[in-house]
Design a protein around this ligand. Structure first.
Ligand code: GGG
Length: 374
């Protein structure tokens, strides 16, 4: 769907705000994309298509992910931005998480989650954290093969969940981790050494629990290791492993120890929410769901029903996710422009939402970013 008129590419972006604060932060991210000036010859312009999904949509229409949303994304969009979904914690007949389904249908096999410190006037972030978490995005326990039986001896219920780890998915996720470790290293070479958060060789940490789950996590660990061992291209990247429990401990004690972290779906989900606490709030951590043919930006935070509709939600994670979307579509300069504007707003500390100790509204933060982007 990318068209070229003169020098400018027109990108069609699907917007799926979904539930809760998704409806506030995704329009904010859209405004920032619309405000991007022409930078370089490749500067894109945008065409947006609003698309439905989510639990609120399910309650009105009986489906959480209409066919039409998937079809438009596949056939008309160059990329997408997703907000947040509030799946209930109990089983609801006919309901299934739309974000889990979208990642699967669009084959968005890696969820890329940068967690980076910002030196701010306000003291909300640990210093010198620069971690890229890569979460496998299509399998693990999130294949949702659950069932319930009754224990014959006690007559009590037993719940089971099947976990899938495939060599195919582990390999491509591992490859993504080593490629990104090389990419980050190349990018850092342009930053003076004293200003780099990470000063050493690039490093990939493989997260697993194969001392207990020797078949599933064992396959994950071995497959990711082999990605490096079989390709000299990755000789300059250090590789190490952490059991997921010690990984969490170390993440909180020594966040500077990590560069790229690659994890199966559920460990990656949990670790990245935890890591957000190191840099101020879940409200600042973005992600991109990346496949070979499609990218979907998505803030790491959820739908936050407690603050939804109050113009209080932090739009930074969604704005950075729009930047990540552009980055993974090859528009590096434009992405950097967004990241720099966001970092400056955080650094100045004048417009911060309540999660970062401020009083600014969602729209005030969006406006502050736009002022620096234009
Ligand atoms: N943007 C991330 C998000 O919505 N997180 C909440 C979450 O993980 N939801 C899963 C679901 O509700 O299905």
């Amino acid at each position: 769907a990318t068209t070229v008129s003169g020098q400018a590419k027109k990108l069609t972006i699907g917007l799926i705000p979904a539930d809760g604060i998704g409806k506030e932060v995704i329009p904010g991210a859209r405004q920032v994309l619309e405000a991007l000036p022409n930078i370089g010859v490749d500067s894109p312009s945008f065409n947006f298509i609003n698309l439905d999904a989510g639990f609120e949509y399910f309650q009105k229409n009986g489906t959480a992910l209409p066919e039409k949303t998937l079809e438009i994304m596949k056939n008309e969009c160059d990329g997408a931005l997703f907000g947040a979904v509030s799946s209930p914690s109990h089983k609801v007949a006919g309901y299934s998480s739309p974000i889990v389904a979208m990642r699967k249908h669009l084959d968005l096999y890696a969820n890329v989650r940068p967690v980076v410190s910002v030196a701010s006037e306000k003291d909300f972030s640990q210093k010198n954290v620069d971690i890229l978490i890569i979460r496998e995005n299509t399998e693990c326990l999130y294949v949702k093969q659950e069932r319930q039986t009754t224990d014959e001896s006690t007559g009590l219920k037993v719940a089971w969940a099947e976990r899938k780890i495939s060599e195919y998915a582990s390999r491509r996720c591992g490859k993504m981790a080593f490629e990104m470790a090389l990419g980050r290293d190349k990018f850092r070479q342009n930053i003076p050494l004293e200003k780099r958060f990470w000063k050493g060789k690039p490093k990939v940490t493989i997260v697993h629990k194969s001392n207990v789950l020797s078949i599933t996590d064992g396959l994950w660990r071995e497959t990711v290791r082999v990605v490096k061992e079989n390709d000299h291209k990755y000789d300059s990247v250090d590789m190490e492993e952490q059991l997921v429990d010690s990984m969490v401990y170390r993440l909180f004690r020594e966040p500077h120890y990590f560069d790229v972290v690659v994890a199966p779906n559920m460990y990656g989900d949990i670790i990245s929410d935890g890591a957000a606490a190191l840099v101020g709030s879940l409200g600042v951590v973005p992600s991109a769901n990346v496949g070979d043919k499609f990218v979907m930006g998505e803030p790491v935070h959820g739908s936050a029903p407690d603050i939804a509709g109050q113009n209080k939600a932090n739009p930074i994670a969604a704005i950075r996710s729009a930047g990540l979307l552009l980055e993974h579509m090859g528009f590096h300069q434009q992405a950097l422009h967004i990241y720099n504007a966001v970092d400056e707003v955080l650094r100045r500390g004048e417009y911060l939402t309540p999660d970062l100790g401020g009083r600014a509204t969602t729209q005030q933060v969006v406006d502050a970013v736009i002022k620096l982007v234009q």
